[in-house]
Design a protein around this ligand. Structure first.
Ligand code: ARG
Length: 542
């Protein structure tokens, strides 16, 4: 079922011919939803806005959903949903909270490129955000009926493997026995070695060529490095309730065979051209996109173009979403431009870079360990778990990440994140557990959940908040901004708290109690479903 404002908006649009841009009312005295439709029409028609508002209100039949509309101020139309309609919405949510989420009319095939850590390196705090945000978008878009194709574009190719393999051979290591943390130490040793010794640097270069030429020994060690890295990544995904599996892997090396094909195609069609030995595409940006460097190497940009070609050609993707940090904004702008120029990315397929800000240390400065190295994701999880049990610790971390606007940097302050008061994940879990507790007590008293009836102001506010669930989920899918769902759930929890304070539940009787239990149960279900979409568990007790 479409959301209530969606139904209202459609009817107003049909009558007025322009989008009413219905907004939740800013104050309770303005009703539940507001539109400035008449003011906008007035300009075009040269008539007083109030007159137009009156005409629209007389013409559009909203009586099955709304109280008689009010015209306010210069000509705003204020709509108030009938209590009976709100009660029906609560009933529907009670039966199935997913029913509040209207299935998209045109289910898409959505690629979400997220997490994407690098082989032989532990996931760092930057990958935390990509993993958490990407997983939330995966859940939300799936809930709306889309087919989501997650792509974990791990960094499993590149020059670094030359030095890694050489270092392994020098030290006589069995790469298959390394942990990911050990592989990262190896990485550091190889890097130091590279700086120290020209001879080693030369061998590392030759090793890259052997890797590209499919030398079996080199390939075997490269594969071992990938396998141990995947074991480490998967352990972290499991620890964090992340949906990604090995089926979603599409590392950079996946596209190796396509790179020369893409380069040749772009060159033949005159989209790319030679410039000082490199093959580049000039876009309207200051710097050209490099398809092949002057040494004949294909890089990150060419790989991303090859993957787009694949996603459109093989997966018939209808929307591309990349969840990658803000430092890569320019990279993706260039990739999208070239992909459009080349026709790899058809005009009707949107490509969106969900760029996010940094995670800073608790002091608001760059986040690093005492030794000055980047902080690993596992150490953050460990720290949070010192303060709370796992599902609460995860709620704390995920919610803190998702609720701060995407582009904003935020401080990783565990004490604040795990607090059970204020706008935090644990507070929402606590609100959910509270609803469960009330229902347990009711059951113990033999009181059952009944039909919701909306009478009191606090009941109305709560029911209105509940009725908005589907609208918000759709909004997150459109805007790719998970913080909107966080804000909504927080407001819902607050509305519940106000309701619980003003409307006795267990102390009331008969149908009133049955109705209030229904509101309580529906709140619990929507909180649980909403938290689930954020990737957060909702325990029954806390
Ligand atoms: N591995 C890259 C990094 O750690 C992120 C890859 C993002 N995805 C992509 N298709 N470029 O920075």
């Amino acid at each position: 079922m479409p959301s209530l404002p969606a139904i209202l908006a459609e009817r107003l649009l049909a009558a007025a011919g322009i989008d009413p841009e219905l907004r939740p009312a800013t104050k309770p005295q303005f009703g539940h939803y507001q539109t400035n439709l008449a003011l906008r029409l007035a300009k075009a028609e040269g008539r007083p806005p109030r007159e137009i508002a009156q005409r629209l209100v007389a013409e559009v039949d909203l009586a099955d959903i709304c109280e008689p509309p009010e015209i306010a101020g210069p000509g705003f139309i204020n709509l108030r949903i009938k209590n009976s309609v709100l009660a029906d919405a609560v009933s529907a949510l009670l039966a199935d909270p997913a029913a509040g989420i209207a299935q998209t009319e045109t289910p898409g095939r959505v690629i979400i490129d997220y997490s994407s850590p690098n082989v032989a390196k532990q996931m760092h705090v930057g990958h935390l955000r990509s993993t958490i945000i990407g997983d939330c978008l995966n859940r939300v878009l799936t809930a709306l009926g889309n087919k989501v194709i997650p792509q974990n574009h791990i960094g499993d190719w590149g020059r670094q493997f030359g030095m890694l393999v050489e270092q392994i051979l020098d030290e006589g290591l069995d790469a298959s026995q390394l942990t990911l943390a050990e592989a990262e130490e190896l990485y550091l040793r190889a890097n130091a070695h590279l700086k120290d010794s020209d001879e080693f640097a030369e061998r590392a270069r030759e090793r890259v060529v052997q890797l590209q030429n499919d030398d079996p020994e080199t390939k075997r060690i490269w594969r071992q490095l990938i396998d141990i890295s995947l074991a480490g990544f998967n352990a972290t995904y499991q620890r964090m309730d992340i949906l990604l599996t090995d089926d979603d892997l599409a590392g950079e090396s996946t596209y190796n065979d396509d790179l020369p094909v893409v380069a040749a195609d772009l060159e033949e069609r005159g989209i790319a051209q030679l410039d000082n030995g490199a093959l580049v595409v000039f876009t309207d940006a200051q710097a050209p996109a490099i398809i092949r460097n002057s040494q004949g190497g294909f890089g990150y940009t060419c790989t991303d173009l090859a993957s787009i070609r694949h996603w459109i050609g093989h997966f018939h993707a209808t929307r591309l979403i990349y969840v990658v940090g803000a430092p890569q904004i320019f990279h993706f702008e260039q990739v999208f431009k070239v992909a459009r120029m080349a026709g790899y990315l058809p005009p009707e397929v949107p490509a969106e870079h969900v760029a996010f800000g940094q995670v800073l240390g608790p002091d608001g400065k760059k986040f690093s360990t005492r030794e000055g190295t980047a902080v690993t994701l596992n150490s953050l999880l460990d720290e949070a778990e010192e303060h709370a049990e796992r599902s609460v610790a995860l709620a704390a971390i995920k919610y803190a990440d998702l609720s701060s606007g995407l582009q904003k940097d935020y401080s990783f302050d565990v004490e604040r994140m795990v607090a059970t008061t204020g706008d935090t994940g644990p507070y929402l879990q606590y609100a959910h557990a509270r609803t469960a507790g009330i229902l347990r007590n009711a059951a113990a008293q033999g009181a059952a959940v009944g039909t919701p009836v909306v009478v009191e102001d606090a009941e109305q506010s709560l029911a209105l908040a509940l009725s908005r669930f589907g609208e918000i989920v759709a909004l997150v899918a459109d805007t790719l901004q998970p913080h909107r769902l966080c804000n909504y759930l927080y407001e819902l929890a607050v509305a519940f708290s106000v309701f619980y304070e003003h409307c006795p539940v267990l102390k009331s009787e008969g149908e009133v109690r049955a109705s209030r239990l229904a509101l309580t149960a529906a709140t619990g279900k929507v909180l649980a479903k909403g938290l689930d979409l954020l990737g957060i568990r909702a325990p029954e007790r806390m």
